[in-house]
Design a protein. Sequence first.
Lengths: 469, 208
Amino acid sequence: MAKPRTLFDKIWENHVVRTEDDGTALIYIDLHLTHEVTSPQAFAGLRAAGRKLRRPDRTIAVADHNVPTTDRSKGIEDPESKLQVETLESNVKEFGVPYIPVDDIRQGIVHIIGPEQGLTQPGMTVVCGDSHTSTHGAFGALAFGIGTSEVEHVFATQSLVQKPAKNMRITVKGTPPEGTTAKDLILAIIGKIGTAGGTGHVIEYAGDAIKNLSMEGRMTVCNMSIEAGARAGLIAPDETTFEYLKGKPYSPKAGQWEQAVSYWSSLPSDDGATYDKEVELDATKIEPYVTWGTSPQDALPISAMVPKPEEFDDEGRQAGVARSLEYMGLTGGMPITDIKVDTVFIGSCTNGRLEDFRAAAAIAKGHKVAAGVRALAVPGSGLVKEAAEAEGLDKILTEAGFEWREPGCSMCLAMNADKLRPGERSASTSNRNFEGRQGPGGRTHLVSPAMAAAAAIKGHLADVREFLK
Amino acid sequence: MDKFQTFTGIAAPMPAQNIDTDKVIPARFLKTIERKGLGKHLFNDMRYNSDGSENEDFILNKAAYRGAEVLVVGNNFGCGSSREHAPWALNDYGVKCLIGTDFADIFFNNSFKNGMLLIKLPKEVIDELMGDAKLGANARLTVNLEDQTITRPNGEVVKFDVDPFKKHCLLNGLDDIGLTMANKSEIDGFEGKDDGSRPWMPKIQLTD
Ligand code: SF4
């Protein structure tokens, strides 16, 4: 009998073009997403070498990082941002790449539009010059971020030179308590295994807590796999996946749908497949989470205290914690709920989808954003924005005092005008709380959309469960 | 890409763990459309004060370490984003080699593609090299990729492992794309087969 294989093993083997003696393989790439920040040097490389784009029909480009989230009719003010977007526009023309223009309703964050258009499908290999490409793993696609040299490599050859990753499985059992979301699950996971916990591995998320997530929740979980150091995250495709894909613009059409579903159904890991690393979590014990430091692994339940450096064993870690606390302007031992925020950001490829705005609106409804707090709601795409508006979510949020913006990456990494000023503190639904990530000197606390809305209303980090009583 | 040659250079110690790509090159410097010129922003927020003056305490601002070509780094250096701007900034500054216990995956690969050598060694060895790097102007290491050795200031030789393919590419200054293009017929073959077995795969064509 053939050796039982994991989902990763199957996708990998289905894409090997050739293998070298040392195990290095040339793997075929099914879908290449590209944006304005990591592509200019790759296009320049193609041009310099006189090479063409091999598969324009498997490539799609969109500008997301630099676009303004306020009135777009005025164009982009910052000359460097403007140049990057214009460079993308001229490159896609020159090389014949399908492009979603900034004023198109389908424009949005690259990791939101792939799934939304039905481009991301189970069993595919998906790459993008962006580490959060791991998002697409929610569909059971092997999806990972690449550097610009590799972007150029995929442009020219539709393939990549890779070593197979190791298999890791994280099983989350049980039903998470009320008020706990996909974001809290992944923060709890990273808090447990650390930012290097997944290095060299592809993480397959399993267990009923994962299985019961919607596609949007699954994307939130897979999105942050890179924050655990993993090459990619994966969730086995199932009915939830197929249901989501049905009828999307690029999903298989009638006649081919059955054939596709039967192929997709063959992908989940075989019984008895083995993993190089296994981790288990009990979902019933997970609470709403929040980060206190400058690494996503600095995550704790909202009911906890900010840790003191001496609570850690390792000397290097103690120094790191002391540095984080200083940067964050926090004192070890203080309750996390005492941390005041002046900015709230709901959006990004982690939490910028329809369900996220539903969750935020459910908490914000009938309340007002606390005095002195700036609260931004930035949909992940034009289609998310449109759908949210159709449900009246924009009204609920703006009545509460949120700003309802145009789609883009926005304050997730502060390449456009949406930034924290030095010393400002945010509750943010994005994925990175690194020093300066949301603007030089800015301080970031990562939370779920519901927790972000709770913080906006209270003016400090708050337990969303108080709103559910 | 330039060929990687044996060199003797100053090694700077950067023992902090988890130095992420945002620390290597903050996001606001990613707006360039060139590969060059990022060296002046390498480690920007650690290297400069908010008024733009140099932070005297930062290692690369100390007289002994200006022009360091080797960094001995803490675990998980390069975690965070896939941006190749991080290796470009290091490269542009003049760093040729990083030595640490482990590196973030994407950063590791990106660095080799830009002609830099990243060496993984066990913690005990890193501790010793970190000690060497702390010797200031005497912190000179010789890195020989051909023999896979690092020669310490005291003359002791440390062996290291490196992926044979990566070594070959670095030593010969080879561009991956050219190598893959030589296998074009196999890629053609894969596509031909795949069109038959997964006929539903999207063919992207955007119409307004
Ligand atoms: S939303 Fe943030 S993490 Fe996602 S692609 Fe944009 S910048 Fe990157």
